[in-house]
Design a protein. Structure first.
Length: 229
C-alpha cells in the first residue's frame, strides 16, 4: 500500500516530509516508510532532501508524545478529582444513611419499650379484672347459698313430749295390781257458817295415785292389826 501510494503521480510532486507524515498517519512505522522509499526509484534531489528532514520528524514525534502525555496527565488528574469528589459524596451519603438508620433504631427501641410497658399494664389490669370477677362470682355463690331454701334441711316439727312405751307398760302393770279406782271422794266439812256443806271431788294425778297407793299399802297392815285388837 505504501509503495502504491508513492507511485501515485499526484504524490510524486509532494515533498518527502509530507509523504512521511501521511504514511505515519496511516499507521506505518519509520522502518516501513524507509523500506518503501528504498524500493521506489528516487532522484538525487529527493535523496538529498531526506537526510536533513529526518530529524525534525523525530522531534515532532517526541513533541507530540509529550503533548499527549501532558494531556493524559491532566485528564487523569481531573478524573481522579472527580472520583474523589464522587467518593467523598458517597461517603457522606453513607454517613447520613447510617445516622438516619441509628436514629430509626433508637426510635424503634423506645417505641418497643413503651409498647412493653403498655402490655404489662394491660396484663395487670386484666389480672385485676379477673380477680374482681372471681370475687364477684364467689360472692354471688355465697349469696345464692344463703338465700336458697333448698340448700338447708327442713325445720323439725316440735312434738309434745310423750311417755315412752316401756314406762306406759310399767304403769299399766302397776294399775292392774292396784285398785281400779282413780277418783277419790273426800268429805269436806265447812268450817264457816256461810259455807254450805257438801262433798267435793278431787282428781288425783297418776303420781299422786302412786304415792297414795303406797301409803294405802303401808297403812293397811296397821289397820288390820287395829281391827284384830
Amino acid at each position: 500500500t505504501a509503495i502504491g501510494f508513492l507511485k501515485n503521480p499526484r504524490v510524486e510532486g509532494e515533498s518527502m516530509v509530507k509523504k512521511r507524515e501521511f504514511l505515519q498517519k496511516k499507521g506505518l512505522t519509520d522502518n516501513e516508510i524507509d523500506y518503501a522509499f528504498k524500493l521506489m526509484p528516487q532522484k538525487a534531489e529527493t535523496t538529498k532532501e531526506i537526510v536533513p528532514n529526518h530529524r525534525p520528524s523525530f522531534l515532532r514525534r517526541i513533541l507530540y508524545d509529550l503533548i499527549v502525555a501532558g494531556l493524559l496527565g491532566v485528564a487523569l488528574k481531573f478524573i481522579r478529582r472527580w472520583f474523589q469528589s464522587k467518593k467523598s459524596t458517597k461517603v457522606n451519603e453513607l454517613h447520613e444513611i447510617i445516622k438516619t438508620l441509628q436514629k430509626t433504631v433508637q426510635d424503634m427501641q423506645t417505641s418497643i419499650t413503651n409498647l412493653e410497658q403498655a402490655v404489662n399494664q394491660s396484663n395487670s389490669a386484666t389480672n385485676r379484672a379477673a380477680s374482681f370477677d372471681e370475687i364477684k362470682r364467689e360472692i354471688q355463690t355465697l349469696k345464692a347459698l344463703c338465700l336458697g331454701r333448698s340448700q338447708f334441711p327442713p325445720i323439725p316439727q316440735i312434738t309434745t313430749p310423750s311417755i315412752p312405751s316401756w314406762q306406759l307398760e310399767a304403769a299399766q302393770k302397776a294399775k292392774a295390781r292396784i285398785s281400779p279406782v282413780t277418783d277419790v271422794t273426800i268429805p269436806k266439812k265447812a268450817n264457816d257458817d256461810n259455807k254450805e256443806d257438801g262433798d267435793s271431788i278431787i282428781v288425783v294425778s297418776e303420781n299422786e295415785k302412786k304415792s297414795d297407793d303406797e301409803n294405802h299399802f303401808s297403812l293397811s297392815p296397821s289397820s288390820e292389826s287395829s281391827n284384830d285388837a
